[in-house]
Design a protein around this ligand. Structure first.
Ligand SMILES: Cc1cc2nc3c(=O)[nH]c(=O)nc-3n(C[C@H](O)[C@H](O)[C@H](O)COP(=O)(O)OP(=O)(O)OC[C@H]3O[C@@H](n4cnc5c(N)ncnc54)[C@H](O)[C@@H]3O)c2cc1C
Length: 453
């Protein structure tokens, strides 16, 4: 028997109690805002170098995007600007369990972008020169060979873009595990501790004001995910960022259909460590809730909106009025917007869940009798070119940004953490961060759109 998805069944990961810290440390070399994968990975690399780092998370570690994602760790199809950092990230994922003894569910079973038509196969061929340039094992496989990669499917695809070494990890484990490792190395990881704002002296960062006290510091990293634009705006910094809701389902353990993960216009599916599958609606199901930011940043986002037509629908709902009611600035001795919403926990779309069930049955009939046992949604945050912002903010010395991971930040997360730690300490991480500077959206540079979300 299959069950109809039942709305918002939240997992223990994000329904758990938030325990505020007793007291904040009085000072730190670096303060990180946000306990998603970017924040914790940066804390981990800083702690490895003996940097005194405090990470403040308003809710609990990995409460937002970093535990709600599909868990794909892929190099294939990435924007060329991201590839050097992604290749480093992949190495870190590969060695993480052996180096740290922490289980993140990392496995390599390959990643497939399945083509519905011969034309789509040709389009995938166009990515092969990039793969060659970066010495990736990505290739296009044709229908005959492709059949051998799948079990129990009624479907025949003419071909696919395929990378055998692309991996996956379990989102409900990975970020928490990195946080534990960082903490063991001396990082202070505080949950239930919203950062309200920054204080300055002589025009540069001098401290961070949290709901539990002030931390003296000269360096702050904003890794606040979907909240980064709101936080930056309160400092007078414009960070173009919009949000898109993605709905996801998890099945019980079921028959094996593939080893890794595949994307088809109807189904995006990944095999889980527990023998179940994380499933989404491949070609659609994303919803952009229209907010005042949509209008503020409309011009910059036009190319991205055009690219996402067909996969993303626009909706007006309570988010519009919530954002409208959010002040641009607030007093730092009062409750801030970040304490009002500890965990961004949008309701999954019932319509999308129905499509997920139907498409799963059609594409992988072997899973027809495998129940969907959990559903959720996550707010993906994105930039106008769908590529992250990582860099120092010139207008406020001591303030750094690492955000806008645009739907693919888990795979590249450890690489971003390494690069961001290098940016904060001046240590060479081997990664050129120029393509990720915030000023690209303001200095007249053309918007070079990366691949879809
Ligand atoms: C449905 C879905 C599917 C996805 N699938 C994939 C995938 O398969 N592969 C992949 O690589 N990526 C995927 N992603 C994207 C990926 O999850 C994100 O890019 C990544 O998790 C972003 O990490 P982050 O640390 O920047 O943000 P987040 O994980 O959102 O963390 C930011 C944290 O900052 C905290 N915060 C905000 N403001 C404050 C404040 N003022 N004080 C203290 N704390 C604050 C928030 O509470 C939050 O916990 C997916 C995302 C979603 C939603």
């Amino acid at each position: 028997m299959t069950t109809e998805p039942q709305g918002n069944i939240v997992s223990a990961t994000w329904s758990k109690t938030i325990e505020p810290p007793g007291q904040c440390p009085a000072s730190a070399d670096v303060v990180i805002i946000g306990g998603g994968i970017i924040g914790v990975a940066t804390a981990w690399f800083l702690a490895q170098d003996g940097v005194d780092v405090v990470l403040c998370e308003k809710g609990h570690i990995a409460g937002e995007q970093s535990s709600r994602n599909w868990g794909w760790i892929r190099k294939q199809g990435r924007d060329i600007r991201e590839l050097p950092m992604m290749i480093q990230s992949h190495r870190i994922w590969r060695n993480f369990e052996e180096e740290t003894g922490e289980d993140v569910g990392y496995a390599e079973g390959g990643c497939y972008y399945l083509a519905a038509t011969e034309k789509a196969v040709e389009n995938y061929e166009s990515w092969i020169p990039t793969a060659k340039e970066f010495e990736l094992d990505t290739r296009v496989i044709q229908g005959g060979e492709l059949t051998n990669h799948f079990e129990n499917t009624a479907q025949a695809w003419p071909g696919a873009l395929y990378t055998a070494s692309d991996g996956r990890a379990e989102p409900h484990k990975a970020t928490l595990a990195i946080a534990r490792v960082a903490s063991r190395l001396g990082a202070s990881i505080l949950s239930g501790c919203a950062v309200r704002g920054i204080e300055t002296e002589a025009g540069r960062v001098s401290s961070v004001v949290t709901e539990h006290g002030t931390i003296k510091t000269s360096a702050v990293l904003c890794a606040a995910g979907a909240w980064s634009s709101t936080f930056c705006r309160s400092l007078g910094i414009s960070l173009p960022q919009l949000k898109v809701k993605g709905t996801v389902a998890r099945t019980a353990a079921g028959p094996k259909i593939l080893d890794g993960q595949c994307f088809d216009k109807r189904v995006a599916i990944r095999r889980r460590q527990d023998g179940g599958y994380t499933v989404a609606y491949g070609g659609g199901g994303l919803v952009h809730p229209i907010t005042p930011s949509t209008f503020r940043f409309a011009f910059k986002f036009l190319p991205a909106l055009k690219q996402e037509i067909g996969t993303t629908t626009l909706a007006i709902n309570g988010d519009f009025f919530r954002e409208l009611a959010t002040p641009v600035r607030w007093a730092l001795d009062r409750e801030s917007p970040f304490e009002k919403q500890r965990v961004l926990n949008p309701a999954p779309s019932k319509r999308t869940l129905k499509i997920i069930r139907r498409n799963l049955n059609e594409v992988f009939p072997a899973l027809k009798n495998t129940d969907i046992v959990e559903t959720w949604a996550g707010m993906i945050e994105t930039t106008p070119d769908v590529v992250p912002v990582i860099g120092p903010e010139e207008s406020l010395p001591g303030f750094f940004i690492a955000t806008g991971l645009s739907g693919h930040g888990v795979g590249i997360g450890p690489g971003v953490g390494k690069a961001a730690a290098g940016m904060l300490t001046g240590k060479d991480s081997g990664i050129d961060l120029k393509p990720f500077r915030l000023s690209r959206f303001f200095d007249g540079s053309p918007i070079e759109l990366g691949p879809a979300l």
